[in-house]
Design a protein around this ligand. Structure first.
Ligand SMILES: [Zn+2]
Length: 122
């Protein structure tokens, strides 16, 4: 991880607001960038991004997070590891499991299932 990657990590976390009535949800980045400042320093974001009541059903929101809301996996990395593992599959007892995970990483990505403030990354 480079220093700039670490510094920009507030931009990759989000709070989650989820309606208790209809489960609609909104993501709000923890950090923001001041577009007038060329140094690109992350600042605390303005808040909140949702009204008190859900515009769909009038329900209240609960807040969760912060969660990582940037894509987690590097597809090229997963693909290269996968081909290395395939080449030496006899050495890995957990080959089938690792292979399945990396295959799904390289094919899919990032799907959330929300349940009242808890986020699962599938
Ligand atoms: Zn709602």
């Amino acid at each position: 991880r480079s220093a700039s990657t670490v510094k920009s990590s507030p931009l990759k976390f989000s709070h989650v607001y989820q309606c208790v009535g209809c489960n609609s949800f909104h993501l709000q980045n923890v950090g923001r960038i001041n577009s007038k400042d060329k140094r690109n320093i992350p600042l605390p974001n303005f808040c909140p991004t949702v009204p008190q009541e859900c515009s769909e059903c009038g329900g209240k929101f609960v807040m969760g997070g912060p969660i990582w809301s940037d894509p987690i996996h590097d597809r090229d990395w997963a693909t290269s590891i996968l081909s290395n593992i395939r080449a030496t599959s006899g050495l890995y007892e957990a080959y089938a499991k690792i292979s399945a995970i990396l295959t799904s990483v390289s094919e899919v990505l990032f799907c959330f299932v929300f349940s009242f403030g808890y986020a699962y990354v599938v």
